[in-house]
Design a protein around this ligand. Sequence first.
Ligand SMILES: C[S@@+](CC[C@H](N)C(=O)[O-])C[C@H]1O[C@@H](n2cnc3c(N)ncnc32)[C@H](O)[C@@H]1O
Length: 212
Amino acid sequence: MGATYFFRDLHTLNMVHSVIIPEINNNRKSQGCPQKKINIWSAGCANGSEPYTLAVILREALDESVFSDVCIRATDIDPNNRFEAIINRGSYTAGELSKIPADMFAGNFMPDIENAGNYVINDNIRKQVKYHHHDLLTLKPVINEPFDIILCKNVLLHFSEKQRSDVIEMFYNSLTDGGFFITEQTQKIPEHLPVKFEQMVSNARIYRKKRF
Ligand SMILES: C[S@@+](CC[C@H](N)C(=O)[O-])C[C@H]1O[C@@H](n2cnc3c(N)ncnc32)[C@H](O)[C@@H]1O
């Protein structure tokens, strides 16, 4: 299984509600767009720790009506077909959830009556996360709707330079104008890429697709 855990790189994920969602809302207001769905793609999500961490953070930070418009597509190549069942049930061991602050844990998880020792994520969070089996190297987006945010963390490092460039270009083409691409601290956008992103903050790999 790809190594992952709940509340990994919290510093970056917290910026989704503190920096990115206000930007998305301001852009929509300035363009006269009514509030609509916020489409997020967690690409290479492993057992769901990353998309569910983001969902818990957003559920805590956003008004209920804004959170109900968040849809997170969680995808993985998952060669052993293990992640779909885990993510759809939203059930994890106490050890896997141990980094979640006590108040957030208490408000968002309950004991799993079918798996002693496990906890399930509350339905109001689970229904905002949809899993798809998906191979990034097909270079096709998981759905043909533009994304506001694409997270791809600790995945691209496993690809060749060419594959990395092709996947980032596919992400670029899958984002709305002004949409955001998030990757891990040690990953960079290759300079030769014919795609245009600007780095939003100096202390995290959060990039905004430039408008033309
Ligand atoms: C280290 S985990 C990262 C999990 C999570 N993003 C995180 O940062 O905690 C890497 C994941 O990338 C997935 N992966 C590898 N190649 C992939 C591909 N071609 N398409 C989709 N997912 C892939 C692996 O199956 C694995 O679950």
